[in-house]
Design a protein around this ligand. Structure first.
Ligand code: GLV
Length: 328
């Protein structure tokens, strides 16, 4: 019997490809071309499965042009690149890669918070530019982390990891806002207090965004939300571009409505709003929060496990639209 055909849409670990080749007839984009939608469709036609990353958009056009597609496994916890309703309607199973990246991503969120509050990249640029000629009492004075109030918007697994780091490691007071409140045991474990969004914005010394992107969270932080924040506050976005209005944030940073921001994700990335590139009080990183080799390998392996499970008639590990399985 011939093996099902799958497409690996981006470059990935050779050992993961080798494992998938045991089960599938694999086409892989190991040269890591950036495909247009038409190119993605051309490569996906005739494939039963796809190994995708967060930049590979699977929408109704792609689904209509690829009727043989039965499953897409995302090597990311976020899945806003999937039109999940359209996939469900087309009977295409979607999986993501949660859990395996939680601690690595929470580590990075904390690192970005510290780099931002303590002005680490700004001061490094100053040093590299040969501008460091003397000590000064207020040179690159930033904001304290320890003992400060840490606000978290979006309290899923990664948010909880950041809360624990803040409360247990740095003696921070943790407040959070989320679509639904955590149960009491989890709140106690994270030492976090639930507040409404306005209190979160007004009270946090450092605000970390970890909520999923959806039309409902588009520009959840815009000019009016930034205006509520303390002028000394730090904002960190490790969630998704589009949750923050980047133009409004650049203006707030320039006007010192808030003190500083740390951004790992951007609207329209890999393009970055030019106004963000010209303000000094922002730390910019290229969407690397989950980027350690063990974690990236675990994410790729989970995506591969999902593909193998589904096509060998077993239950996928992390389905997003399990309803599709029920009708099979
Ligand atoms: C990364 O952004 C992910 O969603 O895994």
């Amino acid at each position: 019997m011939s093996k099902p055909k799958i497409l690996i849409a981006r470059a990935v670990f050779p050992e993961v490809i080798a494992r998938l080749e045991q089960h599938f007839d694999v086409e892989s984009n190991q040269d890591d071309h950036t495909w247009s939608k038409a190119e993605l469709i051309a490569h996906l036609q005739g494939k039963a499965g796809a190994f995708t990353t967060g930049g590979d958009r699977i929408d109704s056009d792609v689904l209509a042009a690829c009727p043989e597609l039965k499953m897409c496994a995302n090597m990311a916890v976020g899945y806003n690149n999937f039109d999940l309703d359209a996939m469900t309607a087309a009977g295409v199973l979607a999986t993501n890669a949660p859990d395996v990246l939680t601690e690595t991503t929470a580590d990075f969120g904390f690192a970005l918070l510290m780099a931002t509050a303590r002005r680490i990249t700004e001061s490094e640029h100053f040093l590299r530019a040969g501008k460091w000629t003397k000590w000064r009492y207020d040179m690159f004075a930033g904001a304290d982390i320890h003992g400060a109030t840490l606000g978290i918007l979006g309290m899923g697994r990664i948010g909880q990891g950041i809360a624990k780091r803040g409360a247990l490691g740095f003696g921070m007071k943790v407040i959070y806002h989320n679509r639904s409140r955590l149960d009491a045991a989890l709140e106690a474990e994270c030492q976090a207090r639930y507040v409404d969004k306005e209190e979160l914005l007004k009270t946090a010394d450092h605000l970390v965004l970890v909520l999923p992107y959806s039309p409902a969270s588009h520009h959840a932080i815009g000019a009016s939300e930034l205006a509520l924040m303390k002028p000394t506050a730090t904002l960190v976005n490790i969630a998704r571009g589009g949750i923050v209005d980047d133009a409004a944030l650049a203006a707030a940073l320039r006007n010192r409505t808030i003190a500083a921001a740390g951004l790992d994700v951007f609207e329209g990335e890999p393009s970055v709003h030019p106004d963000l590139l010209s303000v000094p009080n922002v730390v910019l990183t290229p969407h690397i929060a989950s980027a350690t080799m063990p974690t990236r390998l675990a994410m790729a392996s989970l995506a591969a496990d999902n593909l193998i499970a589904f096509f060998t008639g077993n239950k996928p590990l992390t389905p997003l639209n399990a309803a599709v399985l029920a009708i099979k």
